[in-house]
Design a protein around this ligand. Structure first.
Ligand code: AMP
Ligand code: GLY
Length: 424
């Protein structure tokens, strides 16, 4: 069969890499892809927002299964459009993707179905929002309602921060149409965990646990990014916590979506804060995490393709997922300046070297120019290592990172350290 992966990040390279290993697959295409996807798939120059171009590509290449990587085309209804054209597609419909595309939709759902989350209310009026923020105490969290590429969350330490943040969201509309409403939310103090489960709308198959590192600098300092590194498994998720996440978050969420008339098919990603040993939902995402997907794909032993198909066609019941016992760690290399402004088009050196066995360098913001790889985004590469323990995987990843160089390259030196703390 022929598979099309939509997207161009590290997540999509990891998906293409894993899908290409399936004995069921004769060809993988990626739109638009990056310099890394070009090594295991055929890139096609269609943007993720070019819904009609993507549908045309499916016709021309006789694609049997489409796997949608990022949230934007899901929120735009790519899945609905391809289904109407009778193309099999992995991912939620536009209505189901509201779980991520509207924080107010997801908050209302969690409150209605008693899914644990931070207390919050949404506002269009600045004065009312300020009053509610004052009633919650400091710190307090402000969120723009719609998709804001991870940037629409402001953690406020003072009343001035609150006033300034509400002004940015509701008055200056810095987050565009995402700022029609602002959510004022209780601050949760704890450790973050990413929890992923495949679902066909009814049956649920949890994936291995993983944890992301969102801040740009070591020790979780500096601004939030898309993710600076990840590891799997995440020892903070004990078997007891795993059960609790399934019964209090994942199962009720899937049931709630069905009850609301928008059954959810695809991968559901709950961003959780573990507070005093209990999970609370910070947000849902309707896609694989990036970079969490990279260690997950390295650890996944099962063929991913039948799982993706089963989610798409409602036959997930009875499927099991097998994992390698080894741990995986992904260290993300970023452009200097990210998550602020950064240059593109910088030459990347060292990709042609031999990396240790069990190391895969997944590309994110890269492009091929005259057979040289150049930077093309904030997050450039993810050096991902598989080894017997988290500690060994950390050592292996960091032993291979210095083989790659580019001007301005930055990476965190403490990816995985949190896991080591839990393992004591
Ligand atoms: P979100 O896009 O809602 O996941 O928010 C992005 C990041 O902001 C999260 O990964 C957390 O690090 C942080 N965050 C969001 N909501 C809260 C909250 N209620 N309390 C503490 N941190 C939060
Ligand atoms: N790693 C965070 C995200 O994918 O949103």
């Amino acid at each position: 069969m022929k598979v099309l992966v939509v997207g161009s990040g590290g997540r999509e390279h990891a998906l293409c890499w894993k899908i290409a290993q399936s004995p069921l697959v004769e060809a993988v295409h990626c739109a638009p892809g990056n310099a890394g996807t070009a090594t295991c798939a055929t890139n096609a120059p269609y943007g993720v927002d070019d819904l009609f171009g993507l549908q045309e590509l499916c016709d021309v290449e006789s694609i049997d299964l489409v796997v949608v990587g990022p949230e934007a085309p899901l929120a735009d209804g790519l899945v609905d459009q391809l289904r109407d054209a009778e193309i099999q597609v992995f991912g939620p419909t536009e209505a189901a993707a509201r779980l991520e595309s509207s924080k107010i939709f997801s908050k209302n759902l969690m409150n209605k179905y008693n899914i644990p989350t931070a207390r919050s209310q949404s506002f269009t009026d600045v004065a009312a929002a300020k009053d509610y923020a004052a009633s919650l105490g400091l710190p307090v969290v402000l969120k723009a309602d719609g998709l804001a590429a991870g940037k629409g969350v402001l953690i406020c330490q003072s009343a001035e921060d609150v006033a300034d943040g509400l002004d940015r969201i509701l008055v200056k509309r810095e987050f565009g149409s995402a700022g029609k409403e602002a959510l004022v939310e209780e601050f949760l103090d704890g450790e973050e965990v990413s929890f992923f489960a495949l679902t066909d709308g009814k049956a649920i198959v949890p994936l291995a646990t993983s944890q992301d590192h969102k801040r740009i600098f070591d020790n979780d300092e500096g601004p939030n990014t898309g993710g600076m590194g990840a590891y799997s498994p995440a020892p903070i998720v004990t078997p007891e916590l795993h059960d609790e996440i399934m019964t209090t978050v994942i199962e009720p969420t899937v049931k709630a979506m069905e009850a609301e008339g928008c059954p959810y098919q695809g991968v559901v990603y709950a961003g959780l804060m573990i507070v005093d040993g209990k999970p609370k939902v910070l947000e849902y995402n309707v896609r694989f995490g990036d970079p969490e997907c990279q260690p997950l794909m390295m650890r996944l032993k099962s063929d991913i393709v039948p799982l993706l198909q089963a989610c798409a066609d409602g036959t997930l019941e009875g499927h099991i997922v097998e994992w390698h016992d080894e741990a995986a760690v992904c260290v993300v290399l970023t452009s200097g300046g990210y998550p602020g402004a950064y240059e593109k088009g910088i030459q990347v050196h060292g990709l042609d070297q031999t990396f240790d066995e069990g190391v895969v360098v997944f590309h994110a913001g890269t492009k091929n120019v005259h057979n040289h790889v150049q930077t093309n985004g904030g997050r450039v590469l993810g050096v991902t290592a598989l080894a017997t323990t988290i500690d060994e995987a950390i050592k292996k990843a960091y032993a291979n990172v210095p083989k790659i160089t580019f001007d301005g390259m930055h990476y965190r030196k403490d990816i995985g350290a949190k896991a080591a703390r839990h393992l004591g």
